[in-house]
Design a protein. Structure first.
Length: 255
């Protein structure tokens, strides 16, 4: 019985190896914020409006490596870079007292997924998404930040702790020989906990004042548990959820 099982396993491995196919793809697209949460508010002197959004909105582009273990199943690894859109977190629109805070994210992430294909060109992918590096920069402007009539502009760069999200994709591929043109709808669910922030720009009245700040004033670390009077701030998480469309091209490397 053991010999039969080994022969069967060898037969499956051999048949899988003979039908295996490696593909490389290039793609890009646009992602909109999904499952949005409150990120700030806007005040026009009369009404306060809650602002909703996520930090996953923007332009993702990258490369994918796909290994098909047969006609209908495979494994894929994506490496993508997100150029985030400008997100408004705060607005004060009263004349003579204008203030604003906008954020922009850049992020490099990988996504190991399983691929399920049909013979009609339709496929789906499900798996994880893992940010490896990135930052979110908040730029705050205040027309009176340095005193009446003295404007200020401050940049704060935030970095996050390790995060693990999920990704799901539904797509269609048109194959022409060893080249495939594809389009896909992609959903990403991702939340990242803040690790640290650093003031990288401190401009008052058009003069750079960053050098006048101490390291303690410029840098803040965040923890889940803090103490009163301690040197760390209370941690919070931000949503990077998105839903978007990608288009691209795949190349068959070998059979």
């Amino acid at each position: 019985m053991k010999r039969k099982i080994l022969l069967l396993a060898a037969s499956v491995m051999l048949s899988t190896g003979l039908s295996a196919q490696f593909q490389i793809g290039l793609k890009g697209g646009y992602a909109l914020g999904a499952t949005q949460s409150s990120i700030g508010y806007s005040y026009d002197g009369d009404q306060v409006t809650t602002l909703y959004g996520t930090y996953g909105e923007g332009i993702p582009f990258g490369v994918e490596f796909r290994y098909l273990l047969g006609d209908n199943f495979g494994l894929q690894l994506d490496a993508t870079y997100l150029l985030g859109s400008e997100i408004t977190n705060f607005e004060l629109l009263t004349a003579g007292f204008e203030q604003s805070t906008v954020t922009k994210t850049t992020q490099f992430r990988i996504a190991p997924t399983m691929v399920f294909k049909s013979d009609l060109g339709i496929y789906s992918r499900f798996g994880a998404i893992i940010p490896l590096m990135g930052k979110t920069v908040a730029t705050s402007k205040d027309v009176n930040g340095g005193g009446v009539g003295i404007p200020s502009e401050i940049d704060i760069e935030a970095k996050g702790k390790f995060g693990l999200g999920y990704v799901g994709t539904l797509g269609y591929e048109l194959t022409m020989g060893n080249v495939g043109i594809f389009g896909e709808l992609e959903y990403i669910g991702l939340s990242i906990k803040r690790s640290s922030t650093e003031i990288t720009k401190y401009n008052i009245g058009g003069v750079d004042q960053l050098g006048n700040l101490t390291d303690e004033q410029k840098n803040t670390t965040y923890e889940d548990v803090t103490t009163f009077g301690g040197t760390t701030a209370q941690a919070s998480s931000s949503a990077y959820n998105s839903i978007g469309v990608n288009i691209g091209v795949r190349f068959n490397i070998g059979d």
